[in-house]
Design a protein. Structure first.
Length: 68
């Protein structure tokens, strides 16, 4: 799934409030731009996405059946 398809899915399912899907979208967009970026730029952006994802904490507790 490319970033456009993923963005469309997020929009169509009303999932804009699901930060884990937004992180997946950011990762996909980064992967699509990989050839344009220097190694340092790529690593910086990847680290930023990772930091944001880790800050979500254990958001899934109590929602396991819904999100997995």
């Amino acid at each position: 799934m490319n970033s456009k398809d993923l963005a469309n899915y997020i929009e169509q399912t009303g999932s804009i409030s699901k930060p884990w899907l937004l992180a997946q979208l950011r990762l996909q967009k980064l992967a699509e731009r990989r050839a344009e970026l220097s190694t340092e730029q790529y690593a910086t952006e990847l680290a930023d996405i990772h930091k944001d994802l880790m800050s979500l904490g254990e958001w899934w507790i109590g929602l396991e059946d819904e999100v997995f």
